[in-house]
Design a protein around this ligand. Structure first.
Ligand code: SF4
Length: 389
């Protein structure tokens, strides 16, 4: 057993008893938490435990189950409709040139707001013996150039299994980029071993999308682990989820983004929390997200300003959202305000511009829809058609 596996197994806490022992029975509402523990699994690694400073703080909220998870109002089980775009087990093919490849059913710690909570933790729903059909699907689709390995957390697999995945993907000529979506650096920095870093160098370009939601997650050990990945030539991005009671505050987000850059991680996305069943108490308003982006843009380096997106409920994909800067736009000029609210005018060019450059082109992927009807994506329809041929 590797050292990181031992730490995960022997030093994590997974029961209400262990939680009460760690934080004190006098401060934890053991009876109140019991229904949540009867329904949901929990695991908190030593690294995540170290980040919790008090019961009910932003780090506690991310990992300790509550009865609010049982209160389902607008929540949707598969809120992004990933299963509808799954041509073979473990693959979701939604966008034209990339696929999501679920390679691991488990995570080091379990996040209460997880979009994929319907599957995560269940090896029957993300089976490890279904890689071959996934490889075959990717091989048969030359348009796929980018693989996003996810789960669960891919970094929960052994190096041997990860290398098996890398080897098979690299044997497919049209696969250009491999991405690993992983929260392991925050949960279990010990997993970023020198052996893994050596092994991965053989399969570049390999990117890693990390996941951090609060500046307190960037402990010295975590920052060191990120440094090892960066030294191994892995470009690091970060996906952050906007969560009520965790990071719904412009100052917290600014500190997080700045600390990520210092740890050699480029902030990539801030997501609106998905409309997932069981995670509704984490959701805040879109206005709050726009307020946060407005508090970042211009006030700190552009490198520290990620895209703010909603992943469309029902499977429409990610849509970027921006605060209103433009007041007026016509053929002569654009009137807008800068980050401090000052008004400026940009004169449009007087040299005639071809129509396509003005955005009047006919995109093959845009399908007109009537308000109130479900939009359909042409490439998804095409893919399903070719699969049936
Ligand atoms: S690490 Fe990612 S996949 Fe795992 S529980 Fe957290 S959000 Fe879900």
């Amino acid at each position: 057993m590797s050292e990181w596996q031992r730490i995960l197994r022997e030093e994590s806490i997974a029961t209400l008893d262990q939680l009460a022992e760690k934080f004190g029975r006098d401060v934890i509402d053991v009876e109140g938490l019991k229904p949540a523990f009867d329904n949901f699994q929990m695991r908190i690694t030593p690294s995540a435990l170290e980040q919790i400073t008090a019961v009910g703080d932003p780090m506690w909220n991310q990992y300790v189950p509550t009865v609010q998870e049982l209160d389902i109002q607008d929540g949707i089980i598969d809120s992004l409709d990933e299963d509808a775009d799954s041509p073979v087990p473990n693959i979701t093919h939604r966008y034209p040139d990339r696929v999501l490849f679920l390679v691991s059913p488990v995570c080091a710690s379990y996040c209460r707001f997880c979009t994929r909570r319907r599957k995560v933790g269940d090896p029957e729903k993300i089976p490890l013996n279904q890689y071959d059909s996934a490889f075959a699907y990717i091989r048969e689709h030359p348009e796929i150039r980018d693989i996003i390995m996810s789960g669960g957390d891919p970094m929960m697999l052994s190096d041997r299994r990860l290398e098996y995945l890398f080897e098979n993907l690299r044997a497919i000529p049209h696969v250009e980029i491999i991405r690993i979506g992983s929260r392991i650096t925050s949960h279990l920095p010990e997993r970023i071993t020198p052996e893994f870093c050596e092994m991965v160098k053989k399969y570049h370009p390999v990117y890693m999308n990390t996941h951090f939601n609060h500046p307190r997650e960037l402990t010295p050990k975590v920052v060191e682990a990120l440094g090892r990945l960066a030294d191994a030539g892995i470009p690091l991005g970060c996906q952050t989820v906007l969560l009520r009671g965790v990071n719904d505050d412009p100052l917290v987000m600014k500190e997080l983004m700045q600390k990520l850059l210092m740890a050699r991680v480029r902030p990539y996305y801030i997501y609106m929390a998905d409309q997932v069943a069981g995670g509704e108490h984490f959701r805040t308003t879109v206005q709050k997200g726009l307020e946060i982006v407005k508090a970042l843009r211009g006030w700190t380096s552009g490198l520290a300003v990620p895209h703010f997106v909603i992943d469309s409920p029902g499977g429409g994909g990610k849509v970027p959202l921006l605060p209103e800067y433009v007041e007026e736009i016509n053929d002569d000029e654009v009137v807008f305000r800068n980050y401090e609210g000052q008004r400026f005018v940009y004169k449009q060019p007087h040299i005639p511009v071809p129509a396509a450059a003005c955005g009047e082109f006919d995109s093959p992927d845009i399908v007109p829809i009537e308000i109130g009807k479900t939009p359909r994506r042409k490439h998804a329809a095409r893919r399903r058609k070719s699969a049936n041929e």
